[in-house]
Design a protein around this ligand. Structure first.
Ligand SMILES: NC(=O)CC[C@H](N)C(=O)O
Length: 304
């Protein structure tokens, strides 16, 4: 087995020695304050061994990483019916692009771009009794950790500046692919994105996707087939118009968020989370991607 701790420490040193750390997202004003010198990485093997370096215990805004957990919850609730409203094709466009949605009559390309995630949020608002609270509890339960919470300032910051998400939700509504009021769905979506977790917590939350659908406490969350399908969507759509690049460079299913986090996994082997808040031009963590590329190259652990 590779010496994971030594490898992660090297990745941390490389990140510290890199001067171009990318650009922190500023379109959500509350995220602009985050220091881009933060860098954390945490790995957990399927055998239950943990390795962490740097700022892996510092919470950050999970943003679009939450879309995978929302999709998992929606799958648990309504199963295959999801695919009547959202497709499973890579979009080849930025996460917040609108044009394709209109051309394709209000059916989002996949659940990980914003339009698709807003449809998933609508499904959760319809099917959960107390949507925000129940979704937060779902994540807390995946981790066995009740300290996980929303960051209300981040949710509010996005609510007052999220014009494109309002446009997307309204377009979905005009195509009758949104059942609840736009404001209710976006309030849920902004809260879901504002959840704060650290690298270690994210690694633990995603464990079930590396473990055939069974979470850390061994509770069955998804069937083996559902976990397989979600991993396929993460691989092909998790990095939007950089999904090909991530598969090419890293070779793992992975999901990014504009808070600078990335979770990637190798089924039956490990889950790894990086956090580096500076983003590249496509809105994905610059140094997180570099670190994961080095990780799979050095360990030779990838799905390919
Ligand atoms: N890529 C992301 O992390 C985007 C999430 C962000 N909340 C948005 O909707 O714009």
């Amino acid at each position: 087995m590779p010496d994971f701790q030594a490898i992660l420490e090297n990745l941390y040193q490389d990140a510290m020695n890199t001067s171009d750390k990318g650009t922190v997202a500023s379109y959500i004003p509350e995220l602009a304050h985050v220091d881009k010198n933060n860098f954390g990485i945490h790995l957990r093997t399927s055998a239950g061994k943990d390795y962490g370096v740097g700022d892996y215990k510092k919470p950050f805004s999970i943003q679009s990483i939450s879309k995978v957990l929302a999709l998992s919850k929606a799958m648990e609730l309504i199963g295959e019916d999801i695919w009547k409203r959202v497709d499973v094709e890579p979009s080849g466009h930025p996460f917040n692009q609108l044009a394709l949605l209109e051309i394709e009559n209000g059916i989002p390309r996949n659940p990980l771009i914003n339009s698709g995630a807003i449809v998933i949020a609508d499904i959760l608002v319809s099917n959960l009794e107390n949507p925000k609270e129940d979704f937060l509890n779902y994540i807390r339960d995946l981790n066995g950790d009740d300290t996980i919470n929303f960051n209300i300032d981040v949710a509010h910051s996005e609510k007052v500046t999220g014009f494109k998400n309002y446009a997307t939700a309204n377009l979905l509504k005009s195509f009758e692919n949104l059942n609840n009021p736009v404001d209710d769905v976006l309030d849920f979506y902004f809260h879901q994105c504002s959840i704060e977790m650290n690298c270690e917590q994210l690694t633990k939350a995603f464990f079930f996707l590396s473990n055939k659908g069974n979470c850390l406490s061994n509770k069955i969350r998804l069937t083996k087939t559902q976990a397989k399908r979600i991993n396929a969507i993460i691989l092909t759509c998790g990095f939007y118009d950089e999904a090909g690049e991530f598969a090419f460079e890293v070779g793992l299913p992975g999901k990014s968020g504009v808070g600078g986090g990335i979770v990637a996994l190798l089924p039956d082997n490990f889950v790894v989370t990086t956090w580096s808040p500076g983003l590249n031009i496509k809105g994905n963590s610059l140094l997180g991607m570099k670190a994961l590329e080095k990780f799979t190259t050095e360990t030779k652990l990838s799905i390919f």
